[in-house]
Design a protein around this ligand. Structure first.
Ligand code: PMP
Length: 363
């Protein structure tokens, strides 16, 4: 079953595009991987630069300082935290405990591509539940659970559709699902939510021992390249995950960078505000261009390209030619859509201008 796996396709790196198309590196913008356009918190940068002096030594495999800081920040016990090499790592740890041939994992159609990949890699069955208005249909997902189901994945907000589940619906789902089934609530984009839209899911951990919440430093904290994510769960579940992880799964620069980034509240606020303004700029621009989009709660937005499927890839290629990298969504069963990450004001403008140009020439 390993040979049947379609490898995860990350956003095209700028260097590759520059080489392929012979473009000047200057002016090429990557809006393909939901990274932070502000870069990295200056506090984190300073701490990481200092920590470079110590890389001859192994990292602290227990992540003592970072876990203590996270415990204070989120009001959980240290024994409820699992650190990972990005949140993908903690997703994989959980999947490895629960999924094997004969078991199944339930996820929504158009959900994050790593979920089906994990199920497949572990020889488990992946059950993709048809989406509702591009988002999770929690009632249908509940009904899709079979006695073999060990894991349900829910991304909230979801990537690549940007949809958000209603908090009451989520709670109802958790109340109804058997506690033998692990519910993974992937909140990679939580920091981009307005307070009123946050589920406050961490308070649910006390009630649901089968709940696992995953978060990341890759998005609002601007540390995607250094790979730090974490999971919050019941201590028994966290203990299982800590047993099977690599002893040094988070590197020393990442530990220090994440710790400093967590303290840099100003930076996260700025990331949030930049994203809100950019989202408004891009949605206004798309509307003016008559382009349909899916309203998003993340730091990205997915829009529809008119015409047949080949038109979508043509639009993607034409944007590349103009030095704008976005993300095609074929693997997400969305061959008519492209996803663009919200950038800085000037980047958003460049994207909108390029798209306008493409639409003009293709009609
Ligand atoms: N979950 C979701 C929903 C995501 O979109 C991403 C990043 N694309 C991740 C998890 C993984 O992020 P990371 O491994 O960088 O923490």
């Amino acid at each position: 079953y390993i040979r049947a796996i379609q490898p995860y396709q990350p956003g095209k790196p700028i260097s590759e595009l520059v080489r392929e198309l012979g473009l000047e590196k200057y002016g090429v913008i990557k809006l393909a991987s939901n990274e932070n356009p502000l870069g990295t918190s200056p506090l984190a940068m300073e701490a990481m630069t200092k920590a470079l002096q110590e890389i001859a030594r192994y990292p602290d495999g227990s992540g003592f300082e970072l876990k203590n800081a996270l415990s204070k920040h989120y009001g959980v016990n240290v024994n409820q935290i699992v650190l990972g090499n990005g949140s993908n790592d903690v997703l994989e740890l959980a999947a490895r405990i629960f999924l094997k041939p004969g078991a199944s994992a339930v996820y929504s159609q158009h959900a994050f591509a790593i979920y089906p990949l994990l199920a497949q890699a572990l020889g488990a069955q992946g059950i993709s539940v048809p989406a509702r208005l591009y988002g999770h249909d929690l009632v249908a997902m509940l009904n899709a659970i079979t006695p073999e189901t060990r894991v349900v994945f829910i991304a909230n907000p979801n990537n690549p559709t940007g949809t958000l589940c209603d908090t009451d619906d989520l709670l109802r789902f958790l109340e109804r699902v058997s506690q033998d089934v692990l519910v993974i609530l992937d909140e990679a984009y939580d920091e981009y939510l307005p307070e009123a839209n946050k589920a406050n899911s961490i308070s649910w951990l006390r009630k649901f021992p089968n709940l696992l919440i995953t978060r990341t430093f890759s998005k609002a904290y601007g540390l995607a390249g250094i790979r730090v994510g974490f999971a919050l769960a019941h201590p028994d579940l966290a203990d299982l995950m800590n047993r099977i992880r690599q002893p040094f799964n988070v590197n020393s620069i990442g530990l220090v960078g994440a710790h400093a980034a967590l303290q840099d509240i100003e930076f996260v606020k700025r990331a949030y505000a930049t994203n809100r303004a950019g989202m408004l700029q891009i949605t206004n621009g798309l509307r003016q261009l008559g382009v349909e989009y899916i309203p998003s709660y993340g730091n990205f937005i997915t829009f529809r390209v008119r015409g047949d499927v080949s038109n979508t890839m043509k639009t993607y290629q034409n944007l590349l030619q103009q030095g704008v990298i976005v993300r095609p969504l074929g693997v997400y069963e969305m061959p008519h859509h492209l996803r663009v990450t919200i950038g800085l004001e000037s980047e958003n403008e460049k994207f909108l201008k390029a798209l306008e140009q493409v639409l003009k020439t293709s009609t």
